[in-house]
Design a protein around this ligand. Structure first.
Ligand SMILES: [Zn+2]
Length: 415
């Protein structure tokens, strides 16, 4: 029997809610998505609760669940996943943080958490930040690496550190920078919080007069004059994907988080030129990589970020456009993967409704197409049609077991 394969397409933030001023349609209903609709019509269609009904998931826990790892058991913070995805080889004692370039005023009030989303020059800023030495806490090395747009990762390396420290990012504009504190009384957490606070202070000193910020000011852009930190964590101990599911996996994504989950799981990360993890990504190059990757792997995950960004930006038009572009990727994939013999699944990791600008706890559409699955006969993939589909309602953690059963790699439960 030929090795059956599966491709999982994760459309970040695809789920949405109906909008009154768009004829009560969601972006997915509004978008022209003939390829997703084709998958849906002949496949299993249903709703998926990323974690469980009503839980608003972060992308980290939602994607861990989709990859088959129970976040309740394995999640150790967002920072380490981002750091792994950025290619930092995390040691067991390292503490990793998500970081972002932001704009603060003279009172350290956060004017823009993303410094207007940095499209160019982040590596120059990162170079200056990378030279920061923490002096108040001896024996600590800092590693700083930019990822996508305004995003970066910070790693503290040294003895006696702890992940039990709070964020410096207030998570809301108009609020002041937060001083990091130890959440337990430990010496380790106090040392870590002190190191973080010094690092953030020094980032402001390094960035405030930075030449790139002079340039940004000349272009009427906000200065990226501080680094905010959040999501402290240590490297998660994931059992390998191979040992969990008996599959040889490959992953294609522009975002550090997804690459990090893949690498923590021992899944090969395929780097695709042009896959940016941003709004302008090269879907054709991604599709080619999926097809190439599928040759010696039997499980390929491809993740696309753009719809989530449009959701966070509350931009209906750009979400519709992003979904239509994702649809062209789906088209390339189903042309090449042969869904008469292999499986293509498409799911969203969570909803990011444009009317809200943040993740909500709604269930999201999920489609599984391939041999021997009953056809849903759904004509147009949408949140509403998925609720009437033939797969019913599943949870994020259910997806991998269903897929490995379909590809014939599921172990018998009982005897
Ligand atoms: Zn999001």
């Amino acid at each position: 029997m030929a090795d059956k394969r599966a491709v999982l397409i994760i459309v970040d933030g695809m789920g949405d809610r109906p909008l009154i001023d768009h004829d009560y349609k969601t972006p997915l209903e509004y978008a022209n998505t003939p390829n997703m609709d084709r998958l849906a019509k002949g496949g299993l269609v249903g709703l998926l609760d990323p974690i469980s009904p009503g839980v608003r998931p972060g992308s980290d826990v939602a994607n861990l669940a989709l990859f088959g790892y129970d976040p309740a058991k394995y999640y150790t913070g967002r920072g380490p996943l981002e750091a792994l995805g950025a290619g930092i080889d995390l040691g067991p004692n390292d503490i990793a943080f998500r970081a972002n370039f932001a704009t603060v005023d003279d009172d350290f009030r956060v004017e823009d958490r993303r410094a207007g989303r940095i499209r160019k020059g982040a590596s120059k800023l990162a170079k200056s930040v990378g030279e920061i030495k923490v002096e108040s806490v001896p024996g600590i090395k800092t590693i700083f690496k930019p990822t996508v747009d305004h995003r970066a990762v910070l790693v503290l390396r040294g003895e006696k550190l702890s992940r039990n420290v709070t964020d410096t990012d207030p998570q809301e504009e108009g609020l002041k920078l937060v001083i990091s504190r130890a959440t337990d009384g430990s010496e380790e957490a106090k040392r870590t919080a002190a190191a973080v606070n010094e690092f953030v202070k020094r980032s402001h000193e390094a960035l405030r007069e930075h030449p790139l910020n002079q340039e940004r000011a000349n272009d009427g852009e906000k200065p990226a004059n501080i680094v905010l930190t959040r999501g402290a964590g240590t490297r998660p101990a994931l059992p390998s994907f191979k040992s969990m599911f008996d599959l040889r996996g490959a992953c294609i994504s522009g975002t550090a988080l997804i690459k990090g989950i893949a690498s923590a799981a021992g899944i090969d990360v395929i780097d695709v030129r042009g896959a940016t993890g941003s709004v302008k990504t090269d879907y054709e190059a991604k599709a080619k990589a999926v097809i190439e990757g599928a040759k010696d792997k039997n499980f390929v995950v491809v993740h696309v970020k753009a719809p989530d960004i449009a959701g966070h930006d509350s931009d209906f038009k750009s979400k519709v456009r992003a979904l239509e572009e994702v649809d062209t990727l789906v088209g390339h994939v189903i042309d090449e993967v042969d869904i008469g013999a292999n499986y293509v699944a498409l799911v969203s990791d969570h909803a990011t409704p444009v009317g809200y600008g943040h993740h909500t706890g709604d269930p999201v559409p999920v489609v599984i197409a391939g041999p021997d699955v009953p056809a849903s006969r759904v004509l147009k993939l949408s949140e509403a049609s998925a609720s009437r589909g033939n797969l019913g309602r599943i949870r994020g953690l259910d997806l991998m077991p269903i897929l490995i059963d379909l590809v014939g790699r599921s172990r018998l439960y009982g005897s």
